[in-house]
Design a protein around this ligand. Structure first.
Ligand code: ADP
Length: 170
């Protein structure tokens, strides 16, 4: 059985991530979406919330599961018996970062291969950080994230959104 692992922060999961996960799930017997705690990035959503948002988004995807992890991604891949790490590429700056990480990961775990999938064109501008900014300012998230993710974002930013609507009324 070939297991692929798609690691990331997923703060929160977007349609860009889901597109990569769906396409990767067709390449492996099992795909694990591995959610990195990433305290350095100070995520908006807790690790548990990010896992739950993904679980809800992949209901009905038979060979995909979600797991949180701490520490090195390659250690997690080895722990679950995976052979391949999956990442998504949008623009050339993603490539430079992924290339650097891939070389380091190869040094740390030579047996693990990296598969990078190119973004689908409609998601090439989509990132979790941009989504958070749009959500904070009350923009429309349709076609960018699942409805339950949009609702979770609105809840996180509810006090800011209330202030914005008061300012608009004035
Ligand atoms: P990280 O902090 O590990 O980069 P992210 O959650 O930002 O975590 O992204 C996880 C992976 O998904 C990365 O490989 C990233 O390049 C990829 N990714 C993010 N958004 C998109 C998108 N819109 N299209 C394709 N790949 C994406």
């Amino acid at each position: 059985m070939t297991i692929g692992v798609y690691p990331g922060t997923f703060d929160p999961i977007t349609y860009g991530h889901l597109d990569i996960a769906k396409r990767a799930s067709l390449l492996f017997d099992k795909l694990i979406i591995a959610v990195y705690e990433n305290p350095g990035k100070k995520p908006l959503f807790s690790l548990q919330q990010r896992v739950e948002l993904i679980e809800q988004a992949i209901i009905g995807w038979p060979n995909v599961q979600v797991e949180p992890f701490h520490g090195l991604a390659v250690d997690f891949v080895q722990k679950v018996g995976g052979k391949v790490m999956v990442r998504g590429l949008r623009v050339s700056s993603d490539f430079e970062r992924e290339f650097e990480m891939a070389l380091m990961n190869k040094k740390l775990a030579p047996d693990i291969e990296l598969v990078c999938l190119m973004t689908s064109v409609q998601y090439q501008f989509l990132s979790s950080s941009l989504i958070k900014e749009v959500a904070m300012l009350g923009g429309c998230l349709e076609d960018l994230v699942s409805d339950h993710v949009a609702a979770a974002l609105r809840e996180k930013f509810s006090s800011n959104l209330a202030k914005l609507s008061t300012a608009r009324v004035r």
